[in-house]
Design a protein. Sequence first.
Length: 341
Amino acid sequence: MKQQLEAIRASAVAAMENAADADALEALRVQYLGKKGELTAVLKQMGKLSAEERPVMGQLANEVRAKLEAAIEARAGELAGKAMAARLLAETVDVTIPGEAHALGKQHPMYQVLDEIKDIFIGMGFEVIEDREVELADYNFTKLNVEEGHPAREWSDTFYFTEDSSILLRTQTSPMQIHAMETRSLPIRMIAPGRVYRKDEVDATHSPMFHQIEGMAIDKGITMADLKGTLNEVVKSLYGEDTVTRFRPHHFPFTEPSCEMDIQCYKCHGAGCPTCKGEGWIELLGAGMIHPKVLEGCGIDSSVYSGWAFGFGLERLALGQYKISDLRLIFENDVRFLEQF
Ligand code: PHE
């Protein structure tokens, strides 16, 4: 039995030290120390030994078992270390490789201005709405009190889709007034930004496509004072508390009375400079009290309700705000330009 035990020790330890991986090592553990293992089989024969031999063999068997267990543990440790080393090698990251640069975009300067304006109006309880750019002439003109034959309806100014001049690219955001009146319940407080189209040659101040923002409030008892108060507040939020404005009489077919609003030049404070072209004032927008004919045309009783409206060009405002001298820069989308804002 002693020889058996020593043979087991020698062969098992040698095999364990060379086990290729954790699975092989486990197989060896079962082979020697498992319930049907070789060492276990030898121990089962202990009963046949004499009383003197038994403790001697028992001690030897325990030593062999301890030796095998130690060999397994040692090899397991070695294998784990090797596995970790292999994994570290496989997962090596070369932190010195230059990263791939991904250019991060940002909001276009004009839309930054638009967001600022939206925020101001939303804070005053206005809704922001959008609508179609392809319009019926009815909505772009007729319902806005611009009759057939009015010079604004000329083919030289407007992009028409049909020979009969009934469908066009809207020339202003004012048709959104009509859509809002026709589809919403009163009172209405809304702004409506969007693209508009006119047959203009591209130059530093013109483009066949540009943006306007329409604004409108309709309720009982609305007066010109509400229009002036609202617009003054907006302009102060945009340009500062000390901004001075003036309202000049003007004409629009769909408002009566109509006006234009100027702000005193924020650069020279009225003295006259290149920014305001020596005028001291910068023209900002057109506005007025919605013509009773327009209200009635949309089924609104003008003896009960009244309202104001305004409209202005967004590009012009952004150019002023960011001191950009050429409208074309706004549309060319050259990142070297856009990055500056
Ligand atoms: N639609 C007018 C324009 O394009 C601006 C405007 C809007 C004027 C609303 C009065 C009221 O010039």
